[in-house]
Design a protein around this ligand. Structure first.
Ligand code: ADP
Length: 387
């Protein structure tokens, strides 16, 4: 590779000095290229082009000084290093030059090609390193800014989801009441009743979807402050199953509950109810026409709740994915849903220090097993492996 040529501009109103410098450059070899500006103003004009890798200003430039030119150079945005050259009697200029931002201060009387070469090389390389650092800092700043914007965008999206979900829910309640009234008023007309019944089912589906959206937005908002209280998990499971009786019926799923007596513990009742509800409604959705079994029992160090269906099952490669946000392993043409139920459930269970396991055989059904410690435990004791 050809060696990089470093371009240097000398501003000096004394031609003899230029000739001396030119000779030094000749000694320094082909990797340095010298150009010359005879006057302060000519120097200033060339400076503003920012073409040189380094500058050398003589201290005496007619009525003005190299330091003044240096200040003007900084003013016009010149970033390349500037060396100030002085005669033997100007040693006091050293401090002034340094304070003005000179890269070096050289006594012309002592200058050799080797000294000049080293001074220029160091100044240019230092400037390059500073530029690299500035570029890196700039990139870091840009990345930080992008990250901030991304966070803001996610926040806006979550806020939008939250508002949209609540807004969507508002007209639903009166709509449900209206349909119930209509149904009562239509007693006798079977055809109309069937239509209203379909409308009611669609409405309740809509309500479920919106409830799912609200669930996920509350997960974001509250970052999981659990309201623990002591209750019997078996009792809660029975209540949820009862609440889901209409869905079980319409999916033609018989629900069997097995519980080994009372299963008490310290959990967030509302959240655990969400978990059971999500697992049950999935069992009905993906296991239509087949029984669903829910078992609640003690384990050595906690409790276990499992929901088994005999439905479509889940392919092995999808098992870990389905717990992610908006992740689905079925086509939305065949099964409606937003892919939030298992995400919400696993977030809740993990916040309790527990985990959800799944065993599944495509075509035979799935078992979702929730393992929960009975009481609050340090988070790192939760070992969650999805099978
Ligand atoms: P949704 O049911 O709305 O798609 P979930 O988060 O509840 O969202 O489930 C994610 C995916 O996991 C589903 O799309 C489906 O592919 C799969 N899945 C969940 N439960 C079952 C189940 N009981 N049987 C078969 N597949 C299931």
């Amino acid at each position: 590779m050809a060696e990089e040529v470093r371009r240097v501009l000398l501003v000096d109103d004394d031609e003899d000095e230029f000739i001396v410098t030119r000779d030094l450059f000749a000694e320094m070899g082909p990797s340095y290229e010298l150009s010359w500006a005879k006057t302060y103003d000519e120097g200033l004009r060339l400076l503003s082009l920012c073409e040189a890798d380094a500058y050398m200003f003589d201290y005496h430039l007619g009525a003005r000084t190299g330091i003044e030119l240096l200040r003007e150079a900084k003013g016009v945005g010149c970033r390349s290093p500037i060396l100030i050259l002085t005669g033997a009697g100007d040693r006091n200029v050293d401090l002034e030059a340094m304070q003005a931002g000179a890269a070096d201060f050289l006594d012309k009387g002592q200058l050799t090609a080797a000294l000049l070469e080293r001074s220029l090389r160091y100044a240019i390389e230092r400037r390059k390193a500073e530029q690299k650092l500035a570029d890196t800092n700039e990139q870091i700043r840009a990345l930080q800014e992008a990250e901030k914007q991304l966070h803001a965008a996610v926040r806006t999206r979550d806020e939008f989801l939250s508002i949209a979900a609540h807004e969507l829910k508002t007209p639903l309640t009166p709509l449900v009441l209206l349909l119930a009234q209509l149904q009562r008023g239509l007693r006798g007309s079977t055809e109309m009743l069937t239509l209203v019944d379909t409308a009611r089912r669609q409405t309740s589906r809509l309500a479920d979807l919106i409830a799912g959206l609200i669930d996920v937005t509350t997960l974001n908002e509250h970052a999981f402050a659990l309201n623990r209280e002591r209750f019997d998990l078996a009792d809660l499971a029975r209540r949820v199953a009862e609440r889901f009786h209409p869905q079980a019926e319409s999916a033609r799923c018989e629900v069997v509950i097995e519980a080994a007596g009372e299963i008490p513990g310290n959990w967030d009742r509302f959240r655990i109810e969400q978990v059971i509800a999500n697992l049950l409604s999935n069992a009905f959705k993906y296991g239509r026409g087949k029984p669903v079994e829910m078992r609640i029992s003690h384990t050595d160090d906690g409790v276990r709740l499992s929901v088994r269906d005999h439905g479509i099952g889940i392919a092995k490669e999808n098992v870990s994915r389905i717990f992610g946000r908006f992740e689905r392993a079925v086509s939305s043409r065949h099964y409606g849903g937003l892919g939030l139920g298992l995400y919400v459930a696993s977030e809740i269970v993990e916040a309790h220090g527990g985990c959800i396991l799944v065993q599944s055989e495509p075509g035979c059904g799935s078992v979702f097993t929730v393992l929960l410690p009975r009481d609050e435990q340090p988070r790192d004791q939760a070992a969650c492996v999805h099978h």
